[in-house]
Design a protein around this ligand. Structure first.
Ligand SMILES: CC(C)(COP(=O)(O)OP(=O)(O)OC[C@H]1O[C@@H](n2cnc3c(N)ncnc32)[C@H](O)[C@@H]1OP(=O)(O)O)[C@@H](O)C(=O)NCCC(=O)NCCS
Length: 142
């Protein structure tokens, strides 16, 4: 199968959003995942997020960035009919390569607890579950 990997640009937004929409395992937020939100993310983290295309059709996407200390990967997604063909692995590898080039030594992900197959994928890709940590969050606009 012919799969091409490209750096994500905001011009890809409509196709990427359509891929993510309604996909189990991908939690979308009105503000952060809007056109403006993704544009801001890509401009803050240039050249670190990727898409996969099959004969021009967008079939995979991933967001990647860092805060200067740790990397983070979000919204890894591959179209159902293109799964289990190493597209997810390739997208993640490209992200990790960019993080390493930027001097970032570790990368974090957050996985929904009920995303059992997603967890399996991350483990097969070599990621370790940190059982000593609990993810916490607060709203800054109170
Ligand atoms: C997670 C996802 C992106 C994986 O994409 P993919 O292109 O199918 O992954 P790959 O083909 O690169 O597979 C990577 C590894 O995971 C394994 N794998 C893939 N799907 C799997 C599944 N459903 N269950 C168990 N293992 C799986 C592959 O066999 C491969 O391991 P191997 O190299 O040891 O054989 C895809 O399943 C998806 O879009 N899921 C819905 C969204 C989601 O949950 N995203 C993650 C958010 S945290």
């Amino acid at each position: 199968m012919n799969i091409d990997i490209y750096r994500m640009t905001i011009a890809d937004y409509d196709e990427v959003a359509a891929l993510w929409q309604g996909m189990d395992g991908v939690g979308l937020h009105d503000h952060e995942d809007s056109f403006e939100g993704i544009a801001a993310y890509l401009s803050r983290n240039p050249d670190m997020s990727f898409i996969a295309r099959n004969n021009g059709r967008l079939v995979g996407a991933v967001l990647c960035g860092h805060d200067g200390r740790r990397g983070s990967i979000n919204h890894l997604a591959v179209a159902p009919e293109f799964r289990k063909q190493n597209i997810g692995r390739t997208l993640v590898d490209r992200c990790l390569c960019e993080l390493a080039k930027n001097g970032i030594r570790k990368c974090n992900i957050v996985v929904f607890r009920d995303n059992i197959s997603g967890m399996e994928v991350w483990k097969k890709l070599g990621w370790n579950e940190r059982e000593d940590l609990t993810f916490m969050q607060i709203n800054t606009q109170r």
